[in-house]
Design a protein around this ligand. Structure first.
Ligand SMILES: [Zn+2]
Ligand SMILES: [Zn+2]
Length: 127
């Protein structure tokens, strides 16, 4: 394979962006490969940036899978309070004020978990 620009020179590879063969005199090294010109270098960088964003949006790669602790922790605590309220309510009806307090705490925790989840979802798309 010969260089696209220098027809008498052996090419070392092909441009990542446009696919032209490039020799050592005209190649430009970029992250993840080589390109032939400044225009191709810019486009290559743009494509990489877009890929990174797409990866983040669709949850591929570095982004952690599953829900973050800011969602799981209040969710678990809210469930704990709800279970506690149910348990206290069943064992002794005089516990009513505590049961109500536990139910209130549980709703607050779940609300917190929901808000954190919504924020997490928004961040996932806005990166
Ligand atoms: Zn090129
Ligand atoms: Zn060349």
């Amino acid at each position: 394979m010969l260089c696209f620009t220098h027809r008498d020179t052996q090419a070392l590879g092909v441009c990542k962006t446009c696919g032209k063969a490039v020799c050592s005199a005209c190649l430009r090294q970029v992250e993840g490969g080589i390109v032939c010109s400044e225009a191709c270098e810019n486009e290559h960088r743009l494509m990489r940036e877009m890929n990174h964003r797409a990866f983040k949006i669709y949850g591929i790669g570095t982004k952690q899978r599953g829900l973050p602790n800011t969602v799981i922790a209040p969710l678990l605590m809210g469930t704990g309070f709800a279970l506690g309220a149910a348990l206290l309510g069943v064992t002794d009806e005089h516990n009513m004020p505590i049961v109500l307090f536990f139910l209130l705490m549980s709703s607050l925790m779940w609300l917190g978990a929901f808000l954190a989840w919504r924020k997490y979802r928004e961040n996932g798309i806005n990166v």
